[in-house]
Design a protein around this ligand. Structure first.
Ligand SMILES: Nc1ncnc2c1ncn2[C@@H]1O[C@H](COP(=O)(O)OP(=O)(O)OP(=O)(O)O)[C@@H](O)[C@H]1O
Length: 259
């Protein structure tokens, strides 16, 4: 669960300050996706950076699950990101020297988790490998597991990115413009994938997209203008006559549109 209350973020701008995020409040339940859009410079990336605990806001409250993150130290925030957050950036930022499978396995190494329940290192390694292969299968690139990024298409690289973000079983998934380098069909398929994984992995997902049409798929989305986020919901008539096959219910009980 992500809960923001009255969050404001400013940056220095010469002698004064520019307001990038202006008194934003929003909530995202686990098992649901909230979309975020708005013109260039409206504050979307700044808001994602606040949610990702990369930037501390000037004021307001940011809660990830039940933890108020604004008071945490740098190392505590790094730990929270490692254990609870999955982040998918705009451009694929896979490591060129690692195969798709290794991109996921390295996340466990970074996490340096101790073997659970007295499991041996070998058992932990087997468990990690099996989770990584399951995730690569879930995003549809299991056959590319042993390929390097240069051997993958743009869409496949973004799928590996998404699988990697889920490797440490996050409760929160933050996705910044996942379709910007993809054509319409591949973009739609990536958004379908993120919607499905949000339900399957029970994450609270925030997704930024420039594509207003794509936003219509989300029950709730926000449009940012000059740092202010305004909540939008599906038009009343669309809510009254949903195509039955297109609605499913997230684990949180919140309906989610699956195109
Ligand atoms: N590090 C920074 N220092 C100063 N100003 C910044 C900084 N980062 C962003 N800004 C300013 O804050 C405002 C919001 O920027 P932000 O990058 O959050 O917008 P955005 O909606 O993500 O834009 P885009 O869609 O172009 O990525 C802009 O006016 C930008 O110039």
């Amino acid at each position: 669960m992500i809960t923001l209350s009255n969050v404001t973020l400013t940056y220095p701008d010469g002698a004064s300050r520019i307001i990038a995020v202006d008194n934003v409040s929003l909530a995202v339940a686990r098992g649901s996706v909230v979309g975020l859009s708005g013109p260039s410079g409206s504050g979307k990336s700044s808001l994602l950076a606040v949610i990702s605990t990369l930037i501390r806001p000037d004021s307001g409250s940011v809660r990830i699950d039940d933890v108020e993150v604004t008071g945490l130290s740098l190392s505590e925030r790094a730990e929270l990101r490692r254990d609870h957050l999955g982040i998918v950036f705009q451009q694929s930022n896979l490591l060129p020297a690692l195969t798709a499978l290794e991109q996921l396995l390295v996340m466990e190494k970074l996490g340096a988790r101790t073997p659970r329940g007295g499991a041996s290192k070998a058992e932990t390694r087997r468990h990690s490998r099996s989770r990584a292969m399951d995730l690569l299968a879930a995003v549809g690139v299991e056959r590319q597991a042993h390929k390097f990024p240069a051997m993958l298409s743009g869409g496949e690289r973004q799928r590996v990115n998404i699988a990697r973000a889920l490797m440490n079983d996050p409760t929160v998934l933050v996705v910044d413009e996942p379709t910007s380098s993809l054509d319409q069909a591949r973009g739609t398929s990536i958004l379908n994938l993120i919607t499905r994984l949000t339900i399957e992995q029970n994450t609270a997902t925030v997704l930024v997209t420039h594509d207003e049409q794509q936003l219509q798929r989300f029950e709730t989305y926000y449009v940012m203008v000059d740092g202010v986020a305004t909540r939008q919901t599906l038009a009343a008539d669309a809510q009254q006559t949903p195509p039955p096959a297109l609605l499913t219910t997230g684990i949180s009980g919140i309906p989610i549109r699956i195109p």
